[in-house]
Design a protein around this ligand. Structure first.
Ligand code: CA
Length: 220
C-alpha cells in the first residue's frame, strides 16, 4: 500500500514515515500542500495522511479541493488542533478519520489499516483466500495451516492481488504499490517477487496474464 504523507514538521514527518515503513507501507513524504497536489497527480495513492497546519496553503483547503474535484482517496487528518469545532470541520470537509497530535504510532498504523480495509470493502481484519490467510496488522501469513515467511514486499504484493481476486494488476501498478520515491526499482523486481511467491504458494496461485499483468484467480 502506498501512502502520501503531508507534514511540515520534520520530526513528526520523519517518525511517521519511518513508523509506517516498519509496518510495511510505502510512504512518500512532502512538506507542503502544493507538493502534495503534484504527487497526487502522478501516483495512485491508497491513502493520504494530512496535517492541517501547513505553510501557505492549509491542509483543509487541499482537502476541500480534492473532494470538490471528486477524489475519493481515504484521508486521515493529523493535527494539533484538538478543539471539537476543528474536528467537526475536518470531518465535514471530507476527512475519513482524525488523529490529534501527539499520537501513538501503533494507533496510527491501526487506523490506517482500518481505513484501507473499509476502502476495499473488507469487514474482517484478515485477508483470506482458499488455504491462505494474511493478517495485515502483524504481517503474519498462514498457508495450509503452516506459518509462511514472506518478505515485506512479498506480503504487500500478495495483499494487493488479493484485494480483488480475478482482477489483473499491471506490473507498473504493482511497482507503484511497492516502491516509494528514491527507492531503486530493479527492472524485473515484480517478476522476482512473483517467482518467490510461487515457490512458497505453488505455481498456480498467481497467474500471469500475458502482456497485461498478474492476478489471483477468483476461485482458489
Ligand atoms: Ca503543521
Amino acid at each position: 500500500m502506498r501512502l502520501l504523507l503531508v507534514e511540515d514538521d520534520p520530526m513528526i514527518g520523519e517518525s511517521v514515515r519511518r513508523g509506517l515503513k516498519c509496518e510495511g507501507f510505502t510512504v512518500d513524504w512532502v512538506e507542503q500542500a502544493e507538493s502534495a497536489e503534484s504527487a497526487l497527480r502522478s501516483v495512485n495513492y491508497d491513502l493520504l495522511l494530512l496535517d492541517l497546519g501547513l505553510p501557505r496553503k492549509s491542509g483543509l483547503s487541499l482537502l476541500r479541493e480534492l473532494r470538490c474535484g471528486g477524489s475519493g482517496i481515504p484521508v486521515l487528518v493529523l493535527t494539533a488542533r484538538d478543539s471539537v469545532a476543528d474536528r467537526v470541520l475536518g470531518l465535514d470537509t471530507g476527512a475519513d478519520d482524525y488523529l490529534v497530535k501527539p499520537f501513538d504510532l501503533d494507533e496510527l498504523g491501526a487506523r490506517v489499516r482500518a481505513l484501507l480495509r473499509r476502502q476495499t470493502g473488507r469487514v474482517l481484519p484478515e485477508i483470506s483466500h482458499g488455504d491462505l490467510r494474511l493478517i495485515p496488522a502483524t504481517h503474519e501469513a498462514v498457508f495450509q495451516d503452516r506459518e509462511l515467511t514472506l518478505s515485506a514486499r512479498e506480503f504487500t504484493l500478495l495483499a494487493a492481488l488479493l484485494e480483488k481476486p480475478g482482477a489483473v494488476l499491471s506490473r507498473s501498478r504493482l511497482e507503484e504499490r511497492l516502491y516509494g520515491w528514491g527507492e531503486e526499482v530493479e527492472s524485473n523486481a515484480v517478476e522476482v517477487h512473483v517467482h518467490n511467491l510461487r515457490k512458497k504458494l505453488g505455481t498456480a496461485f498467481i497467474r500471469t496474464v500475458r502482456g497485461v499483468g498478474y492476478m489471483v484467480p477468483r476461485k482458489p
